[in-house]
Ligand binder design. Structure first.
Ligand code: SF4
Ligand code: SF4
Ligand code: SF4
Length: 205
């Protein structure tokens, strides 16, 4: 088996949002939607800080679909539109999606985004990788781990473009891969472990 995943080095993340924009461009994501967001730890405002002045700190935490091994979204999807593929990625079959949004409610990471209307792009035209299928009104979407790229042996665009070298892509089922070695490091951790979804995306510092 293959279990593709991303590891994120919180110590190296600059909070530059390049990953969010690279993802948006690669995947032709409409206005008002993001598949990858860069959050600020323990703070509910954009680029905020934690602590009390003058003892302030800031930790950026990029969050997208965690491609969970025990994916809550997959368990509740009534049509089989959400599925795990042979590379260990959680994907959406847009033709099977009926827009019920059960998956959106079930995901503890707020990783899914819904096309309430026909997609609008401020460019006035579609952009990005021509291999990526368009989504339409009434269909759910989210990070695909850049399926069209990773199927061809390329790394996801967020990993490719990260200027901080903070994102590592690889196969968790290969015990000798760099990502597997990082998963065994003492600071490796996942988000919301208590929810039991067993994220494949993990963080370390
Ligand atoms: S592109 Fe890299 S350094 Fe910039 S916010 Fe994303 S993970 Fe952090
Ligand atoms: S992060 Fe959410 S959408 Fe992604 S696999 Fe896990 S439960 Fe599903
Ligand atoms: S919105 Fe689509 S992918 Fe989500 S649970 Fe409903 S049918 Fe499945």
């Amino acid at each position: 088996m293959t279990k593709l995943a991303i590891a994120i080095d919180l110590h190296r993340c600059l909070g530059c949002n390049t990953c969010s924009l690279a993802c948006k461009m690669q995947n032709n994501i409409p206005d008002g939607m993001l598949w990858n967001r860069v959050l600020t730890e323990n703070c509910d405002i954009f680029d905020g800080a934690e602590g009390t002045y003058p003892n302030l700190s800031r930790t950026y935490r990029p969050v997208a679909c965690q491609h969970c091994t025990n994916a809550a979204c997959k368990r509740v999807c009534p049509t089989g539109a959400t599925y795990r593929d042979e590379m260990g990625r959680i994907e959406i079959d847009y033709d099977k999606c009926i827009g019920c949004r059960m998956c959106m409610a079930a995901c503890p990471f707020n990783a899914r985004t819904f096309n309430w209307n026909e997609p609008v792009r401020s460019t006035g035209f579609s952009y990005g990788d021509a291999r990526v299928p368009e989504r339409h009104k009434g269909v759910m979407e989210k990070c695909t781990l850049c399926k069209e790229r990773t199927d061809e042996g390329e790394e996801p665009m967020c990993v490719h473009c990260c200027p901080g070298d903070a994102r590592i892509f690889g196969d968790l089922d290969d015990p000798d891969s760099r990502i597997s070695q990082l998963r065994r490091s003492s600071t490796a951790h996942v988000l919301l472990e208590e929810k039991g979804t067993q994220p494949q995306v993990f963080y370390f510092n």
